[in-house]
Ligand binder design. Structure first.
Ligand code: FAD
Length: 491
């Protein structure tokens, strides 16, 4: 049995490790010269930058994702930080602190917005309902008949959570906010995240935070990727870097291997694409195999694709220990791509001394954007203008930060590097530079527009953040595991 895997992001590496550990020979083909896809970090001079994870879902026992990680890496060798608070920002002229511990958050909200006591208790009650069930979300089926059968019998426990999701999935943090009487709490809930998220997503994220099962890995995303790389190597996997796949070879409606950009042809029993969904479907598979119902996704609507990012990373000659690790400042700023921001979100890595030398700090300033095409086209059509637009935006952001950190802040900036959707597209080929695949839209129950297979093509599977709307590292991991189990079930 031989399996070819396209892409060395979390999904590709995870699928490779699962299969190698069970005796299946795999090769991962990666077009880029670096491994990890979007789950990455980079170095500039004496500074390192975290390119992705704020927290790793499954960092500790008590959630099914921890079991998934344990199956492929020694997660206990990573060191995690569990923050007391997620984020702080100003709402109606008064500071709002979003505490991670649900008891602390509840007391804080009741003290500051007693007129909303009933609603606050309902909200925190949902979080407490989810917390003990995280080991079942999702259930850890492993292909063993009796194990899976017994697990299915226990699934009734999830009924209250499913009922909650069904009832609340039409709400977002912003529509839920309208129900509160306190103007402070209303504004805080509205601006809790940089974009609107479903109410169930908010509740689940709080359950992860209060249970302390989603910690920040010291060393950032790169530390987790390094673990995956060494685990794949130790399991005997074959990783081919700077080797782009051109096409998936299909014969008699069955995937039989790959054609590489260098002209080489490979032979495999299965192919798993962990690369961009749009590229896989519209470029790597022949037109004749494309089911007509997928044609409508060739030009997906603007809102169908999850946000990309402009992210300014800064290396500063200051320890920054006098500020919160994550906050937003009320600044109205217009991005060169036309997106308007009312707040600027700042990640200060003053708690991770592996990213900067003593007395210095690594900082990320985040701007989610749906205007990926603007940046990708500008870089392709007018590279000089692209670079000068980036420079002007960088200078403007630094100037805004000077208002908060003092006018001498700019002089302490030793490294400034702005990523754009064009950066993510160039390094990973993700459509429009998407950071998490398809957008979940407002309703969590909206089904993903795609699945892990293409109707009419056997032995070809998808894994990665495009397989389930909302994407992210957990989806990449879970779908890779599913793909591996599907293949193993056929041995
Ligand atoms: C700024 C930012 C912040 C984020 N924060 C979080 C977070 O806090 N939590 C979270 O869960 N998620 C976060 N994400 C999302 C997360 O990083 C991704 O969802 C996840 O890493 C996707 O993994 P993947 O393996 O599915 O795909 P990718 O990482 O995109 O990997 C796909 C790989 O396929 C390769 N490839 C593509 N085409 C070819 C080809 N033709 N031949 C060979 N190889 C090919 C690419 O080079 C790439 O390496 C963030 C993303 C960004 C950009």
């Amino acid at each position: 049995m031989r399996v070819d895997i396209i892409g060395s992001g979390v999904a590709g590496l995870a699928a490779g490790i699962y299969l190698q550990k069970r005796g299946v020979r795999t090769t991962i083909y990666e077009r880029s010269a670096s491994v990890g896809g979007l789950m990455t970090g980079w170095r500039r001079g004496k500074y390192s930058f975290n390119g992705c994870l704020h927290w790793l879902l499954g960092s500790a026992k008590g959630i099914s994702f921890n079991t998934f990680w344990r199956e492929i890496i020694d997660v206990d060798e990573l060191q995690f930080v569990y923050h007391d608070e997620r984020v702080r920002f100003d709402a109606c002229g008064k500071e709002f602190v979003f505490y991670n511990d649900i008891d602390r958050l509840e007391n804080y909200l009741l003290e500051n917005a007693p007129e909303d006591a009933a609603l606050i208790l309902r909200w925190t009650g949902w979080v407490r309902m989810v917390v003990p069930l995280l080991d079942y979300l999702p259930p850890v089926f492993n292909g063993d008949f009796w194990h899976d059968f017994k697990l299915k019998l226990r699934m009734w426990r999830l009924l209250p959570v499913l009922a909650f999701v069904a009832r609340s999935s039409k709400y977002t943090n912003r529509t839920f906010a309208k129900k509160f009487r306190s103007p402070w709490l209303r504004e805080a809930l509205t601006n809790l995240y940089q974009y609107e998220i479903g109410l169930p997503v908010l509740v689940f994220a709080q359950a992860y935070a209060t249970k302390r099962v989603a910690g920040y890995p010291i060393g950032g995303s790169q530390a987790v990727t390094d673990k995956l790389i060494s685990s794949y190597a130790a399991a005997g996997g074959n990783l081919r870097m700077s080797t782009a796949v051109k096409r998936i070879r299909i014969e008699n409606q069955r995937a039989i291997g790959l054609e590489l950009e260098n002209g080489e042809q490979t032979a495999a029993d299965y192919v798993i694409s962990c690369a961009d969904w749009h590229w896989t479907v519209f470029s790597a598979i022949g037109k004749q195999y494309l089911p007509s119902e997928l044609e409508k996704l060739r030009e997906p609507a603007h809102d169908d694709i999850f946000y990309s990012y402009c992210m300014l990373v800064l290396g500063v000659r200051r320890p920054m220990t006098d500020v919160a690790h994550f906050f937003r400042i009320n600044e109205h700023i217009t991005s060169p791509d036309g997106t308007e921001y009312q707040q600027v979100e700042v990640d200060v890595y003053n708690y991770d001394n592996t990213l900067a030398p003593e007395g210095c700090c690594s900082i990320n300033v985040n701007f989610p954007t749906r205007e990926g095409d603007f940046w990708i086209n500008l870089r392709r059509d007018n590279y000089e203008e692209y670079m000068s637009v980036k420079k002007r935006f960088t200078d403007e952001i630094v100037a805004r930060l000077c208002k908060y950190f003092g006018s001498d802040f700019a002089a302490d900036v030793e490294v400034a590097d702005l990523t754009t959707p064009a950066t993510y597209y160039r390094y990973t080929m993700n459509y429009r530079g998407s950071s998490q695949g398809w957008s979940p839209r407002r309703n969590l129950l909206t089904p993903s527009p795609v699945s892990n297979r293409i109707k009419g093509i056997d032995n070809l599977l998808f894994a990665g953040h495009w397989v389930e709307a909302g994407g992210g590292v957990p989806v990449a991991l879970a779908t890779a595991r599913n793909a591996a189990l599907l293949i193993l079930g056929k041995i």
